[in-house]
Design a protein around this ligand. Structure first.
Ligand code: MOS
Length: 758
């Protein structure tokens, strides 16, 4: 095993950081590299003799290409090549293999495959030049003749032709069969509500643009810096599509500037950059523009209908939840939208339906808490509507319907501290003082409202490997081909390893972001800490045992009679639990044993049979205060308390940042973010950060994050469940419910922009 990939520039904590324990609020080990600009992102890696590719996108949404007029563009000084479907290299794998995998899980839309146009913005040419400026200018001169066809991009106009999705995506669960008789139970219920909820298209907008720098070595080896949530997924994809052996391609992503799901599949700049590098036999970089980022995929526009029936005391008798979402013509993009409505509350009669409408646009894409961000939103607004219909406190309604077990199979939860979330969140917020009726609170010219909602997300674990090398000088290098999209993977893994061996944080380096490192899954589904963290804990446990055995065998060893469970790893080495003065540092043990390095590997396989006996999920309770100016319809979110149950928290500071960041995004979803399409053109129009409104600091008031006690050894050996996505679920619903409480007005469409609120 490589014990250190030197040029990966893996970050290490500042000297003097010292000893840390799991659960402590540790500052990011990659923080300094990021704020000083030392951390290099995919488009920032230098290469000798680098050519620059700029993508030309289709201006029509559907049809075909009749031809190109390239003379002017080719005449621009510095232009090397313009690659289109007409002149791209014939590559056996690309032509044969890729043909049948239009967009398999983990693969992007196939760019430059043929002359068919499937969506506006679809890449139709790659202009390659000696400089970025020349490529960009020449790209503006590329003329394409299209044979347009009638396109359909408007979900609301084509609801009638919805279809049942083909579940192509691994891990996707279609809605379960009906439980009980929901419609009959609904009719029999004394209290009923029914409503439609609409959510517009949202785009990911990570700060870092999608980019691939393909560096071609003398021997033809490709080292690719790619913006992706998995270096190994991109490596696999490039190998497969271009017929390049595993040893011919290395993909790296040591730093990723946000992704939120948009990097779960390689994006089209990767195959374009590789295609150009192979054809031109030189290094090539392709960076997308912010506008082009809007053609990669998005959170799908979704229309939902929910019917709830309850007894007078608030007990749920029936839940009917239907969702229709959009997808592309070439792929059924699926997400779990309605299933949580059969899981979150105790109810015997539940009917869940999920359908898609295929439109002439790019496939939607997973975006932070895909499905739940819409589905649980609608359910939680509907619950608030039911609470008001019953004149019951919204939190009390949730408590009366608390699910003690899985509603489908009767399985127990692996852990579920949602009651603690409700209790601690409500106390911190001051919920008990909430008047029941809307329009009861005012501050100056503004109406004040308090709303709450529940959140839930799956607690997943995949498999992973980790390697570790302990050096004689006490440095520990742990590695796995994991990814840190800004969530804190480096920090969490360093913390786990430093704690396991009792080392100072600055003694530990975690290497991630290189496809040659031990196998790790894609960073997605909030499963990375539970997965990679368990592999890191596993490899560290092997090192601990090795070190202990070595120490015990030393001449005159102070541990000669000790058992493994009688020592602890702390203070830079191992010591007797009962007599901490009996201690040896790692350096002392290694020196005495004459070892230069200790190396271990570990394969972490989830305990699937055990896990299947439980329902595994994270939970949250979100409490929110808004102030509404009725004259203008403006909403300010002045206070949010988010209480989260996500298992054992490994890295308290980065976890808190995840949840507060997710709350900010939830506010954004509630009030600001929406991509508008002009359906005459079949195109997203506000494709930039000036017109696509994202919540900024001035839009955010107090955010208070609580992690309630939970420790889930069924989801993961380290007790963690994952915090990446749970933080956003329920936030927009809490805002919506607070707006109702402030104004008495129910806004059933997001974003809740002023014209809908006033
Ligand atoms: Mo997440 S949407 O699984 O990156």
């Amino acid at each position: 095993m490589n014990d250190l990939i030197q040029d990966l520039q893996s970050p290490v904590a500042d000297a003097g950081t010292g000893f840390v324990r799991v659960g402590m609020p540790v500052s990011r080990v990659d923080g300094r590299a990021k704020v000083t600009g030392e951390a290099r992102y995919a488009a920032e890696h230098p290469a000798h003799d680098l050519a620059y590719g700029v993508v030309v996108g289709s201006t029509i949404a559907r049809g075909s290409i009749a031809g190109f007029r390239l003379r002017e563009a080719l005449a621009v000084p510095g232009v090397v090549e313009i690659i289109t479907h007409e002149n791209r290299p014939r590559m056996r794998s690309f032509d044969l293999f890729y043909k049948d995998m239009t967009a398999p899980a983990g693969a992007p839309f196939r760019p430059l495959y043929d002359g068919e146009i499937h969506f506006s913005g679809q890449p139709v040419a790659l202009v390659v030049a000696e400089t970025f400026e020349a490529a960009r200018y020449a790209a503006s001169l590329v003329a394409v003749d299209y044979l347009p066809q009638q396109h359909e991009t408007n979900l609301m106009a084509h609801l009638a032709r919805s279809h049942k999705p083909k579940p192509l995506k691994a891990g996707f669960s279609p809605p379960p069969d009906e439980r009980g008789d929901a419609e009959a139970a609904l009719l029999a219920a004394p209290v009923r509500i029914e409503a439609e909820y609409y959510s517009g298209v949202e785009h990911h907008n990570p700060l870092e643009l999608f980019a691939s720098t393909v560096i071609r070595g003398e021997d033809g080896h490709l080292t690719i810096y790619d913006k992706t949530q998995s270096s190994q997924n991109s490596r696999w994809y490039v190998s497969r599509v271009f017929g390049l052996g595993k040893d011919k391609v290395t993909v790296r992503n040591p730093y990723v500037g946000g992704a939120f799901g948009s990097g779960l599949r390689p994006q089209y700049q990767l195959p374009l950059a590789v295609m150009a590098a192979l054809q031109l036999r030189r290094s090539v970089r392709v960076v997308l523009t912010r506008q082009q980022m809007f053609s990669l995929g998005h959170r799908p526009e979704t229309l939902q209908r929910i019917k709830l029936g309850a007894d007078h005391d608030g007990r749920l008798r029936a839940i009917v939840h239907e969702a229709v979402a959009e997808t592309s013509r070439y792929e059924d993009y699926v997400e779990v939208v309605v299933n949580w409505s059969g899981q979150l509350y105790a109810c015997d009669n539940v009917k869940l339906l999920y359908r898609l409408v295929a439109l002439d646009q790019s496939s939607p894409m997973d975006m932070r808490a895909p499905g739940a961000a819409h589905g649980v939103h609608a359910l939680e607004v509907a619950m608030d509507e039911l609470a008001w219909a019953l004149r019951l406190d919204p939190l009390e309604l949730r408590l009366r319907n608390y699910a003690e077990q899985d509603q489908m199979k009767g399985l127990p939860f692996s852990s579920k501290a949602l009651r603690d979330c409700y209790e601690q969140g409500a106390r911190r917020f001051g919920w008990a003082r909430r008047p029941l009726a809307p329009r009861s609170m005012r501050a100056g010219s503004e109406l004040v409202g308090w709303g709450m909602a529940t959140g839930t997300w799956d607690a997943m674990q995949m498999f992973a490997r980790a390697g570790a090398v302990l050096h004689a000088d006490g440095r520990l290098v742990v590695s796995s081909a994991a990814t840190d999209i800004g969530t804190g993977t480096y920090t969490a893994m360093c913390t786990l390893a430093a704690d396991a061996l009792g080392l100072r944080l600055e003694q530990v380096m975690f290497q991630l972001g290189d496809s040659t490192l031990p196998v790790a899954p894609i960073e997605g589904g909030s499963s990375h800490v539970a997965t990679v963290g368990s592999a890191v804990a596993g490899v560290c446990e092997k090192l601990r045992k090795r070190l202990f055995r070595m120490a015990r065998r030393l001449d005159n060893s102070p541990f000669a009679k000790a058992r493994f469970d009688e020592v602890e790893f702390a203070g830079g080495g191992l010591r007797l639990r009962r007599q901490p003065s009996v201690a040896m540092s790692v350096e002392e043990v290694m020196a005495a044993a004459g070892e230069a390095r200790l190396e271990e590997k570990y394969l972490m396989l989830p305990k699937v049979l055990k896990q299947k006996q439980y329902l595994r999920a994270t939970h949250s309770a979100v409490f929110c205060e808004v102030r509404v100016d009725e004259a203008f319809g403006t909403v300010r979110v002045t206070r949010v308390v988010s209480a989260v149950a996500a298992g054992r928290i490994i890295s308290a500071k980065t976890a808190r940042s995840q949840v507060s960041g997710a709350v900010v995004w939830g506010i954004s979803q509630a009030l600001h973010e929406e991509t508008h399409a002009d359906h005459r053109l079949g195109r997203f129009m506000n494709h930039n950060l000036a017109e696509y409104h994202v919540t900024v600091n001035a839009d955010v008031g107090d955010i208070d994050v609580i992690f309630v006690d939970e420790d889930d050894r069924i989801v993961s050996a380290i007790g963690a469940k994952g915090v990446g996505e749970i933080g956003i679920v329920g936030v927009a619903a809490a805002v919506c419910n607070a707006i109702f409480h402030a104004t008495g007005r129910r806004v059933r469409s997001t974003p809740m922009t002023p014209e809908k609120v006033m």
